[in-house]
Write a protein that binds this ligand. Structure first.
Ligand code: NAD
Ligand code: ZN
Length: 352
């Protein structure tokens, strides 16, 4: 990944964990001390394996789940850094999904005005969150509202770690891959639709190809627009409705990606309606059903619109929406809330 602030490697594959030690030893200046931050679901599976690769480390285990992206756990992590005597040449390893990555990354960005960190994603969704340097914690009223752009030194994605991932988390992460395919090319989305008919026990080769495709798309975008002043916003395809669904239902009621998948379907529907293009909406609906994505049919549309208006990406309370002019041709539109509401009502009626 080649951003304006930093260049770093992303290593992806099965059985690559044993490269960790030598890669960290190659860092300059030499790493003085390591703190591994992980969560209590991931630790029992993989912490020991990772520790075998390291020397002079400490560990900190947070409770799994979105509620750990809070000031409370941010402060606890900082206190642990201090207690573990981390200095300017120390390193934080984020071993986990997007929650651990976002929190540990923000700790790294701010402890002693910034120390180095390594992302070790353990969820499929974290192929997205570990790349690009957005790190953040939440306020009770707003997600990801306190954060930084802060790139890791290295992303090491051991795909064996995905084996223990529950099926709904596969679905969640795969939604971002679908999004990346739709905004990049017709070939990418056709390939996915032809190859993937379920998300259980996927072939290693297929997993690797999906992850690589998603990361390449994300990389191309963040390398051109690190701080989201332009095209990085395309990665928000499906997220305006998705975020509103998450807030509407409550964050523990759905995974991020499952809400985003439904949002993506709606963005495709609206794009077809507004731009008179064929984006295979009906085929996508059938495919999403086959993959067991939830369809959130009981949305109260007025509340959803109000939630969309609170999205921090909106300027002057107009609703910014990523749509598709075609496969691989995302476009950012400012839409009137009435248009969205009408389309959303039609979309929901159409699916029933
Ligand atoms: P997560 O980190 O909460 O992981 C999901 C669940 O899976 C958790 O219960 C976790 O403990 C468990 N888990 C993780 N790895 C596992 C494994 N290998 N085996 C079994 N269980 C495992 O959530 P996530 O979906 O990875 O990430 C969501 C978070 O990422 C959100 O907070 C979101 O805001 C953030 N995010 C950030 C960016 C970014 O650019 N920084 C992008 C997308 C999402
Ligand atoms: Zn997302």
């Amino acid at each position: 990944v080649n951003t304006s602030s930093k260049q770093y490697n992303v290593c992806i594959g099965f059985d690559i964990l044993n490269g960790l030690q030598s890669m960290i030893e190659g860092f300059s200046p030499k790493v003085s001390k390591i703190l591994i931050i992980t969560d209590d679901h991931v630790a029992p599976y993989y912490l020991e394996e990772v520790k075998k690769q390291l020397s002079n480390f400490d560990e900190y285990i947070i409770p799994s789940g979105e509620q750990s992206k809070s000031f409370t756990y941010y402060e606890k992590c900082l206190a642990k850094c201090f207690e573990s005597k981390l200095d300017r040449n120390s390193l934080i390893i984020a071993l986990g999904g997007g929650v651990v990555g976002d929190l540990a990354g923000f700790v790294a960005a701010t402890y002693m005005r910034g120390i180095r960190f390594v992302q070790m994603p353990t969820t499929l969704l974290a192929h997205d969150s570990a790349i690009g340097g957005k790190v953040a914690i939440n306020l009770p009223a707003a997600k990801n509202i306190v954060g930084a752009f802060y790139q890791p030194e290295l992303v090491l994605y051991e795909l064996n770690f995905l084996q223990s991932l529950p099926i709904n988390e596969w679905r969640s992460g795969f939604a971002e891959i679908i999004k990346e395919a739709l905004i990049s090319s017709k070939d990418n989305i056709s390939w996915l639709m032809n190859q993937i008919h379920h998300l259980e026990n996927l072939d290693q080769h297929v997993i690797e190809k999906c992850v690589l495709m998603g990361i390449q798309v994300k990389n191309q975008i963040v390398s051109k627009d690190e701080r989201e002043s332009g095209i990085r916003a395309y990665l928000n395809l499906g997220h305006t409705l998705g975020h509103a669904i998450e807030a509407y239902l409550g964050y523990s009621k759905t995974t991020h990606g499952e809400a985003i998948a439904f949002g993506t379907l709606f963005a495709v529907y609206m794009s077809e309606q507004l731009f008179e293009v064929d984006l295979s909406f009906q085929e996508l609906v059938q495919w999403f059903k086959q993959l067991n994505y939830p369809f959130y049919m009981d949305l109260e549309t007025e509340s959803i619109i109000q939630l969309m208006k609170q999205d921090k990406k909106n300027i002057d309370l107009k609703i910014n929406y990523v749509l598709l002019k075609d496969f691989g041709k995302p476009i950012l539109c400012e839409l009137d809330e009435h248009v969205i509401k009408e389309q959303l009502n039609r979309f929901l009626t159409m699916l029933t």
